[in-house]
Structure formats: C-alpha cells, structure tokens
Design a protein around this ligand. Structure first.
Ligand SMILES: [Zn+2]
Length: 127
C-alpha cells in the first residue's frame, strides 16, 4: 500500500496544476506522455493514474485524454478507448499494454481509492 503513496508523491513532486490538468513535468516520452518508474519499469503516468484511481485497464483498450494534453494525469480527464479513438497512441499499444496485467491495481475498496483521490484534490486546492 505504501508503494502507491510513495509513487503518488513522486508524481506530484513533478506535477504542475494548470487549469484542471495535472501536468507532469518530469521525464516525457517523444510524444509528450509522462514517464514514471514503477517497480523498475518505465510506465506512462496517465496509465498509472488510471490504474490507481480507476482500476485495471480494460484489455485491448488504451487510455486517452479528453483534454488533449498527453502529460496530464488527472483521472477525470482520462477515458479508455480503442486505438482508433487515439491514433497517436496506437503505435505504443503493443509495447505498453500487450494484455499484460496492470502492476498497480491492488483490488482496493472504493473507499480507499476515494480517500486517495480526496487527498489529491486537497493537494491541488480543490477542497
Ligand atoms: Zn487534463
């Protein structure tokens, strides 16, 4: 459990809140997605955010932004879709998703995720 808090701390240490977007300012991929190290593997920040706040990424789907800001990881700005929904992401699909199980989802109860989410909202000054 503590791992997720540490991870979120690392992510927040490299994030600027702009409008409603949580813009990752750490390492970015060539196409603008945030990179964060999770269990010694590089993961996309928005995908990590999805796994923490919403659960496993549905098989065969990718995580897209409705704010068109690839570095953003506000879970409210993310939705799952097919590669057709987001052609810029499709070339990454095989490498980053590939049907492999998410590393972060710990079948936490809803209250736990809500707690973490409220924590982040407080940190960004929304509550
Ligand atoms: Zn956003």
């Amino acid at each position: 459990m503590a791992y997720i808090e540490d991870l979120l701390e690392r992510m927040w240490n490299k994030t600027e809140v702009k409008d409603d977007c949580w813009i990752y300012t750490g390492s970015l991929s060539h196409n603008g997605y945030g990179n964060v190290s999770v269990h010694d593997k590089t993961e996309r920040v928005h995908r990590v955010s999805w796994m923490i706040y919403k659960g496993p990424i549905p098989k065969g789907l990718i995580i897209c932004h409705n704010c068109d800001n690839p570095a953003c990881w506000n879970p409210e700005h993310l939705f799952s879709g097919t590669s057709l929904d987001n052609s810029t992401d499709s070339k990454n699909k095989g490498r980053t998703n590939g049907g492999r199980k998410p590393v972060l989802y710990l079948s936490q109860r809803q209250t736990r995720r809500k707690y973490l989410y409220d924590l982040q909202l407080r940190r960004v000054g929304k509550v």
